[in-house]
Design a protein around this ligand. Sequence first.
Ligand SMILES: [Zn+2]
Length: 154
Amino acid sequence: MKAPPVLPGSTEPAPSPSTAMREPTALKMGANRWNVVLVSAVACAVLLALALLWRFEPQGQIFFPRCTFHQVTGLLCPGCGGLRATHALLHGDIRSAWRLNPLFVALLPVGAYCFGAWAIQRMTGRRLPQPLEFRHLWVVVLVLILGFCIVRNG
Ligand SMILES: [Zn+2]
């Protein structure tokens, strides 16, 4: 077997090609492990929140957050009714969910896709298009939210 070459000005042999090839892969694997932990932790938190929302009606429960904007102003913010809408959706009551917060229900598939694309990118490195990366779409979403807020309080 041939000895590894010694770099000029160094007493240590240069890393063999097989070692040089392994290190980036090992770093990538370590990064992937932490990404899997991160995605798993976020998914567990979401599932726990959904389990609580499935089990308990948000109205009247002290452990669900109250809307500070509604408490201060008496107006409905764009997110008001989102927890109750999720509770209704988890029980298959789409009509009630839509009545409580139609914008939230309409944007749920977009949110689910964004989470899925983020999770796939974190765990595999494969990049899927993220809708909110497009600046013009942000403008549309902000106009939608503002218009919804005005209409539901009108
Ligand atoms: Zn609110």
